[in-house]
Design a binder for this molecule. Sequence first.
Ligand SMILES: *Cc1c(COP(=O)(O)O)cnc(C)c1O
Length: 398
Amino acid sequence: MNRRRRPATELTTLGRDRDASFGFVNPPLVRGSTVLHDSAAQMRERVRQRHAGVDRPVTYGIYGTPTHHAFYDALTELEGGHASWAAPSGLAAITTAILAFVRQGDRVLVPDSVYGPTRTFCREVLPRFGVTAVIYDPRVGAAGRAAVEALFASGTSVLLLESPGSLTFEMQDVPLLASVARARGAVSLIDNTWATPLYFRPLEHGADVSIHAATKYIGGHSDLVLGTLTANAGAWPRLRAAIHQLGVTASPDDCWLALRGLRSLAARLAQHRANAERLIDWLLAQPEVERILYPAAPDDPGHALWRRDLSGASGLFGVAFKPAVSAAACSALIDGLQLFGIGASWGGYESLIIAARPERTVAPLPCAGPLLRIAAGLEDAGDLIDDLAQGFARLRAQ
Ligand SMILES: *Cc1c(COP(=O)(O)O)cnc(C)c1O
């Protein structure tokens, strides 16, 4: 029997190298800069191999330790890629990937629903190098292939994707967009943070590089900041070159924690989603709520794409209020919550809530009233609902 095991099973052993771990189930935490060689000739040969594209054995700490490689191997397997790397943050992973594939005069296509700091990088840094960022409607795929092709003016070297998008949760037609990009000679880079490598394998849908803020669900415990990059064989040489030229490396401690986080990812995500769905059912019964932004919900505009392409859903969603609800009333809801933290990031064990203010350039916002973003944590859903009920009482008292 040669069938691939299911991801929840794979997660328990991925990246394991018993010889490198002295038999322990987890890899050793190796910190280091200098790697000693047996002779000048051996060092020369290993450096030559590195220049030729061989990453192991390593010659220096910046190129990774056995701790990094255990994490990279696990990710590569999960994403179905050729090779993986870690960056010191999710944002650093994204900017490294963009820099790897652009040159002066190029255009980069950026979805209007992109993670805010990615938009800022594209708007403020790329033009300094003669690269133009062109914002496009994340749902352009619904208008058909010709509409997607029209985005690819000559000189377009990078297509950025993020599905669902940050704050507004629009699903993108990744296979269609990536296939047009490939036909036009552009690389597709996708921010796959929401779906995690468990629920979407973008390289199998035509993307070239899958990127995660491992800060979120992969780490899972709000105790690290880390980004990951997984490339197919075609994209890896240029990405790898940029990683080394820019000096992109993450700490082994964070890679060790992220690998530990991966082990429980399937179980955590199941609970995050179950809690999200309990909260959503309750929220939809509140008259002030106009709609929920969550592609796994059957009436979400992105639901058909979600069903077609993803195999699961995580626990982050948007709550769109009716326009009559004031921002002050939403603040009253948020302030005083006992179980929901008010703060950036998501994917940890604790529930979070923020008032979302998406920036838009070309595509209309999916809602006219105030928008909140909720990260459903691992608490008991009944307690979370009780907390929200008190929040709605404060909102109504405004
Ligand atoms: C948080 C986030 C990032 C950035 O990750 P950091 O590790 O905080 O830099 C990128 N993309 C998405 C979708 C995110 O939510």
